[in-house]
Structure formats: C-alpha cells, structure tokens
Design a protein around this ligand. Structure first.
Ligand code: BTN
Length: 319
C-alpha cells in the first residue's frame, strides 16, 4: 500500500492530493491513509499536509529502498527483485543464501550498513551505516568458471562509468576490480561463485562504494565521493546508475561477448603503461602493464622482455 501511495504522489509530483481522493482510489479509509503517510514519514519521506488541499511529496530519503531503487530503473535483468536491509553481516552472504534457494538472476540485495563486510583476499570491508553503498547482485551467466573474471571486469567498468556519468569526477579501474579517484580507492568489488568444473551455478557481485564517508573515518588509501566532490552526493542516484550500467554491460556481454567490455575497460584503465608489482599466490612479479587479455588476465612486460599473464593478485605501484 505504501508503494501505491508513493506511485500516486510520483505521478502528481507538484500537486496536492486530498486524503479523500487517496482513500477512494486505494479503497481504504482516510484514517488508514494517514497511518501509511506517518509510516512513510518515519522512513524519511518528506510529505507535507495542508488542510483542504491534502498531501504532497516534497522529497524522498537518500536510502537504498527497493521502491526507490526500482523507480524509473528501466533495466532488463538487474533489479527486478530487490531486498533492502538496514544492517546485516554482509550483503554477499545473504545474496549467496538467496541464490542457493533459487533467487532469480538479477536479484539485488542492498544494505544501509554491514557488520561483517567482506573484501577480497579474506580482508574486511569498512561498512559504516547510512553513508555508503553496499550492493550484491546475483547473476547466472552461461560461461565457464574460468571466465568469471570477465564479469568482475564488466562490473568494474559499470561502476566507473556510473561515477563518471553522475558526478564530475574521473574514476578509473585498477586491475582487477578497484575503482580509484585521484589514486585513492573509492570502490571495491568482491565476486564469489558457486560452480561446478564446467558451469557456474550462480555468481554474486558484491559492490561497496564509499559515498558520503568523511576522511576522518576513511581507511588509509581510501577516498569517497564526498571527499572528492566537496559536497554530499545522492547514494540513491549513484546506486541506480550502477544498476543501469551493469544491466546494459551484462546484456552487451551476453550478446556480443567480452570484446566491447574490454574496449571500455582499456579506456578506463588506471594501470596501462605503469610499472607494478603483483603479489599472486606465493610469488611476486614485476613489470610494465601492457593490457588485459581476452580472459581478463593482466599482461605484464617483464624486465627480460617476456610477457606474463596474471590471472589473480594484488597490484602495488612501483616508481
Ligand atoms: C575489495 O576488497 O576491494 C572488495 C570489497 C567488496 C565490498 C562489498 S560491500 C557489498 C558486498 N558485501 C560484502 O561483504 N562485500 C561486498
């Protein structure tokens, strides 16, 4: 019912709507309408009420609520089903459970805060409440497990494009999936999957973006949109754009393969031409970044002139 009320407000954006009209259209009493309006106000909706005129929606809360995320989203796969939580351990953990229980492809889990946010390589992810974006998306691509990095790279491209489209900032991708602004990390992506040797059952894309986090509490080497822009930014707007970009890139990937994603990735690559050290498994490899290949592996030119492909690892810049 709350959603029905919001839909009516949305389609009469600048007009007052009387309690009577709402009650007639929705077939519930005016007292019931009042209760729903109070509940929406508690969630952070600013709804003004004037005697003889009725109600008007003034503003919506900057929260990743399913109704708000879905509104005007216009995606084909991502976000048809959205679950939002105030606080949970990790959106990836819930997404994994939902996927095991058969959740449909494109299901999104969002949270206002996480108590056990997880990062790559067993690290934790700083997840304060109400200031950042924590999203997990369930995908079921028909590809081999060894091709999964392609999806992570498509997600990195999507986040960088979403930041660049909605803000005046310039976000770049540090292989494999860190998004940087001005050399500092603003977003991390954690991909987890359930697979057999020759097929992926499902894949969870976990995306964490520091949005309105002040520098006093940001981890070292990290930044946020507010720090770079100098003013607050709408988490809702950015999260919606991430879902739209992801939907569009995922459809491109399914239709045309990895080549168009790789092209976008190259344009957004932070590392191209730089000297790096990659810590992978039990060894370190150093060289200049040439590109990434058609499987998403990082290609380095070593000092002996040979090229080396690296499938996974942590990149450190070398001066
Ligand atoms: C990294 O180490 O860079 C990856 C960080 C990924 C964080 C996101 S926040 C939403 C999702 N839930 C998690 O617990 N982790 C991912």
């Amino acid at each position: 019912m709350d959603e029905e009320i919001l839909k009516i407000f949305r389609s009469n954006r600048d007009d007052y709507i009387s309690g009577e009209e709402l009650s007639k259209t929705l077939g519930i009493s005016r007292a019931a309408i009042w209760k729903h309006i109070e509940k929406l106000r508690d969630e952070g909706y600013d709804i003004s009420a004037f005697p003889h005129l009725g109600y008007r929606l003034v503003s919506v809360p900057d929260k990743l609520l399913p109704f708000e995320l879905k509104w005007d989203l216009k995606t084909e796969v991502i976000g048809k089903k959205i679950y939002s939580y105030q606080i949970l351990e990790s959106t990836n953990t819930i997404a994994y459970r939902l996927a095991v229980d058969g959740a449909q492809e494109g299901t999104v889990i969002s949270a206002e805060g996480q108590t056990k946010g997880r990062g790559r390589m067993g690290r934790s992810w700083f997840s304060p409440k109400g200031v950042s974006i924590y999203l997990s998306i369930i995908l079921k691509p028909k590809i081999y497990p060894f091709e999964a990095p392609k999806i992570t790279l498509a997600a990195a491209v999507s986040v960088a494009e979403a930041i660049n489209r909605t803000t005046s900032l310039s976000a770049l991708i540090k292989w494999p999936n860190d998004i940087l602004i001005q050399d500092k990390k603003v977003c991390g992506i954690l991909t987890e999957m359930d697979a057999e040797v020759d097929r992926i059952n499902f894949l969870i894309l976990g995306i964490g973006i520091n949005v309105n986090v002040n520098k006093e509490i940001l981890p070292e080497g990290a930044t946020s949109i507010i720090e770079e822009l100098g003013k607050e930014f709408s988490r809702l707007e950015l999260a919606k754009e991430v879902l739209r970009e992801l939907d569009s890139n995922y459809l491109i990937f399914k239709r045309d393969g990895f080549a168009p994603i790789l092209k976008q990735w190259q344009k957004l690559s932070y590392l191209s031409g730089r000297r790096v050290r990659v810590v992978c498994q039990n060894r370190k490899v150093e060289g200049y970044v040439v590109s990434i290949d058609d499987l998403g592996a990082l290609v380095l030119r070593l000092d002996n002139g040979f090229l080396e492909r690296i499938l996974a690892g942590d990149v450190v810049m070398v001066r």
